[in-house]
Ligand binder design. Structure first.
Ligand code: TMP
Length: 428
């Protein structure tokens, strides 16, 4: 006998408003109608399209039917994927799987579209069943829930963000959990009679898996020459991973916590021009030692994805290569700082040092390291390439001369694949 946990999809596992509203705007544009106001848009999440198009956008019945076609064409092509998995949901699903629960989705969306969304977000192995309402189902979710519950169910829970979920769950004999991070209000869910209420994903995890340790998260880093576009890509990668339901924390080196930020100021201060290369290397390692223990390790233990702008590879490339201290000396000097912590994967934004220099001078006033002669940056670039050759499995190398969108798409695709492979391996 197993515990069975059934989730609603929209507003419970994923936020779907972005895709829905983009499709509504597209429909209005194609049909030559004015774009909906934000007040109208608010009212469009939830009700049937026919109602929204006629009552809110002022379409005739005939126009609305044509509008639904236009809407569906875009929705099935792109709107489906303009979804966001609520941060932490991925962790919850992993934990339910570890507990051995039977886990399902019961949604008002068509089954095919729901399965495509779940597959797209690399969540399918966490579900035993994904089902939408069928034409022959009675209205409401009761019939759907009763249809999918397996015979060996010891206890059934229905989790959802709207009264329809609570109502359907109760009628099908489930205990019901209302969630406060979707599209319904607490009042709506309480009035519908939910047995339990979780205002956040964290609270939902505590309700469904009380006292259970979270699965480990992951540590990622991003590297590249100054001027490689790292700052922009850090931002875009964070956005992409968050959309997939990862709880991402960004940090940077040197820095990332108060002590290490103070060390950063000493290292990068243009007045410290007499700093010895070995002093510089030790300061970077000292800042790292604090960052690893105070920020990186606790984040991974708490199930988060920690993305660091630079890590030990920067020391190997800049101090080992650029300052000519040698790769091995810098690696051994960092061994104590690392405490065995290495990134699951490292994105390297690959740019020629001449091009990086051109971009740096076009962008801003360079700091102490950025002011180094071009030969310094040529050595840094060569050291990075050597590092990548020595550990190809850890690096995701992306050509930084491509467009911002293309770089970001390639980074996200490869990093998501690594994260997913790690989860599958860890969860068995
Ligand atoms: P940032 O501009 O990417 O924040 O990095 C600050 C500078 O510090 C950059 O020029 C690279 C350099 N650096 C090293 O030389 N060694 C290191 O270990 C790290 C983390 C950064």
């Amino acid at each position: 006998m197993r515990r069975c946990v059934i989730f609603d999809l929209d507003g419970t596992l994923t936020a779907s408003d972005e895709g829905i509203l983009n499709c509504v705007r597209h429909t209005a544009q194609v049909m030559g109608l004015p774009l909906p106001t934000s007040e109208m848009e608010q009212k469009m999440i939830g009700p049937p399209l026919l109602w929204s198009f006629t009552q809110l956008l002022g379409m005739t019945q005939q126009q609305a039917l044509k509008g639904i076609e236009v809407y569906r064409e875009r929705y099935n092509r792109v709107g489906l994927f303009e979804n966001r998995v609520y941060p932490g949901i991925r962790t919850l699903l992993r934990m339910l799987k570890m507990k051995g629960d039977w886990v399902a989705i019961a949604t008002g969306k068509p089954t095919g579209a729901s399965r495509r969304i779940i597959e797209h977000f690399q969540l399918n192995e966490y579900f035993d069943c994904i089902e939408g309402l069928r034409d022959d189902d009675p209205p409401g979710k009761e019939g759907l829930i009763s249809r999918i519950l397996p015979p060996d169910c010891s206890e059934a829970l229905m989790v959802g963000d709207r009264k329809y979920d609570i109502d359907g769950g109760r009628k099908a004999g489930c205990r019901t959990v209302g969630v406060g991070f979707g599209y319904g209000t607490e009042q709506e869910l309480r009035e519908a009679g939910c047995d339990l209420y979780a205002p956040t994903v964290d609270a939902l995890i505590e309700l469904l898996c009380p006292g259970m340790a979270r699965p480990l998260g992951a540590f990622l880093s991003m590297e590249g020459l100054d001027g490689s576009g790292k700052t922009t890509q850090m931002h875009l990668l964070t956005e992409a991973l968050t959309r997939y339901g990862y709880e991402v924390i960004t940090s940077r080196e040197p820095g990332g916590c108060p002590i290490s930020e103070k060390i950063r100021q000493i290292i990068l201060d243009p007045e410290n021009s007499e700093m010895e290369p070995v002093t510089e290397a030790l300061l970077y390692a000292a800042a790292r030692a604090q960052h690893v223990r105070e920020v990186i390790q606790p984040a991974v233990t708490a199930g988060k994805v920690l993305l660091s702008d630079r890590f030990v590879d920067s020391s190997i490339a800049y101090q080992g290569g650029g300052r000519e201290l040698g790769t091995e000396q810098v690696a051994s000097l960092n061994a104590v700082a690392l405490d065995g912590t290495l990134p699951l994967c490292t994105v390297y934004l690959d740019i020629r040092h001449e091009e990086a220099l051109r971009r740096r001078y076009a962008a801003s006033q360079p700091d102490r390291l950025e002011r180094e002669a071009d030969s310094f940056h040529a050595r840094v670039e060569a050291a990075y390439h050597q590092l990548i050759q020595s550990a190809p499995e850890r690096f995701v190398v992306v050509d930084a001369s491509l467009s911002e969108e293309e770089i970001s798409a390639r980074c996200a695709e490869q990093v998501l694949a690594r994260l997913h492979a790690q989860e599958v391996a860890a969860d068995g």
